[in-house]
Design a protein around this ligand. Structure first.
Ligand code: PMP
Length: 430
């Protein structure tokens, strides 16, 4: 018999499987709140005005439009320049330019945020560590990505307890890790995933002061931070403001030298609505090395960065050869055209405001005793804390679809379904 007969059935993707179910549901009141795709107040997935204009410009530009050749392995030079400027000059104006000027950033255009995480994982598992700390709860794919790319030890850190973010539990766990490592003289490095903003699924993020305490601890422990920035702009509506975690990590006065680098995985899926185009980036912020002292300032970090560049390139080559072109062209046009960029910032602000409005309206309608104040939560998701049984009842009795962990995508809520939805949620909460 065939060896293929031994292949067991993998569990279906929890989120995408639900959408299939939804399509077949005949209830006219049905509401799909599973996938994190932004829909407007009429329930439509729309293209941002800035992106639509960029597409028009590309269409009318024969050379851009017709060029179907390969991009370089780590993406186009233009994309690299535009995105690095956006991330490190505009989003992190105080210290980003320092790292850029010293050539301390390795950059890869990736297949959106997932691709950035996968390339980072492969690189880290090959050279640095096979231990990763993931928040509990987190986006389910984190575990999957790191497991699939060579990580052997998946640890979970406490993130959420009784409807609140659990900073004390989190820091205590890190300190215990440090204590045990010291006791056993274990020099093993550990990586840690940090949601840059709009934590998925809870919608709760540490305050700026709490982040300082957390990052101080991570720095002290020489852990490798992997900053997952999939929702820049969706927290405050201000693209630049939302990069606060990166600004903190790059603060040279506070953290003079991350000895094992900082990894930034960034996505344009949500904040430019480019989901299916798969556009994002991985930036590896490299440490200053002892060798650097002998080099002139502009060469510092150079050799280390070039070695890392070369390895990232090799990883990408073996994974998918080179990234797709069209989405990155859209990003290039938006980022390099002042008027379009301004429009894009407005588009993101508009989206964040709608999500905030929906959250507030829901909060006012829901009548649970232990409701978390809506003002504390950010982004696309509302975390109901419903158990899988309650989620099942919502689906079977009310045709309201959440993910199994009780996460609800606010983008599917609008004036036409909010009353029905809140009544269903109230009924199930009892
Ligand atoms: N990280 C988190 C926390 C996410 O929620 C997502 C999107 N669901 C991603 C990364 C990556 O998404 P994409 O690959 O579409 O950019």
């Amino acid at each position: 018999t065939s060896s293929l007969c031994k292949v067991p059935r993998a569990p279906p993707d929890k989120v995408l499987g639900l959408s299939e179910h939804f399509k077949k549901d005949k209830n006219i009141h049905k509401i799909d709140l599973t996938v994190g795709i932004y829909k407007d107040a009429w329930g439509k997935v729309t293209t941002f005005p800035s992106v639509a204009k960029a597409q028009k410009l590309i269409d009318s530009h024969l050379e851009l439009n017709k060029n179907l050749s390969y991009l370089p392995i780590t993406g186009s030079k233009e994309f690299q320049e535009n995105v690095m400027n956006f991330l490190f000059k505009e989003s992190c104006p105080q210290f980003g330019p320092f790292y850029l000027a010293h050539d301390r950033i390795s950059f890869v255009q990736t297949l959106s945020g997932t691709g950035a995480l996968a390339v980072a994982a492969k690189f880290l598992a090959l050279f640095i560590s096979k231990d990763i700390w993931i928040p509990d709860p987190s986006w389910a794919n984190h575990k999957n990505i790191f497991q699939n790319n060579g990580f052997e030890n998946i640890h979970r850190y406490s993130y959420y307890k009784d409807g609140q973010i659990d900073i004390d539990g989190w820091i205590k766990q890190l300190k215990t890790l440090a204590h045990n490592q010291k006791k056993e003289n274990d020099k093993q490095l550990h990586c840690i995933i940090l949601h840059a903003c709009c934590h998925n699924p809870t919608g709760l993020d540490p305050t700026k002061e709490q982040w300082k305490e957390i990052i101080d601890t991570i720095y002290e422990l020489k852990m490798v931070p992997i900053v997952d920035m999939a929702y820049q702009g969706l927290e405050s509506g201000d693209m630049l403001k939302d990069a606060y975690l990166m600004r903190l990590c790059l603060d040279v006065d506070r953290y003079p030298n991350w000895s094992n680098g900082v990894f930034l995985c960034q996505s344009f899926a949500k904040n430019m609505g480019l989901y299916g185009e798969r556009v994002g980036s991985l930036s590896v912020i490299t440490p200053a090395t002892a060798d650097d002292e002998n080099l002139n300032p502009l060469q510092r970090g150079n050799s280390l960065q070039q070695n890392i560049d070369s390895q990232l390139k090799q990883i990408v080559r073996g994974m998918y050869s080179s990234p797709p072109g069209y989405g990155s062209r859209v990003v290039n046009v938006v980022l390099s055209n002042t008027k379009l960029k301004h429009q894009w910032f407005k588009d993101v602000e508009f989206m964040a405001q709608r999500l905030h409005y929906v959250r507030k309206e829901m909060f006012e309608r829901l009548r649970w005793p232990d409701l978390i104040n809506f003002a504390q939560q950010h982004g696309m998701f509302y975390y109901t804390r419903f158990n899988p049984r309650q989620v099942e009842v919502l689906k079977n009795k009310f045709s309201v679809y959440l993910t199994g962990d009780g996460r609800l995508s606010l983008s599917g809520v609008n004036d036409s379904n909010i009353d029905y939805l809140c009544e269903a949620l109230d009924a199930v909460s009892k």
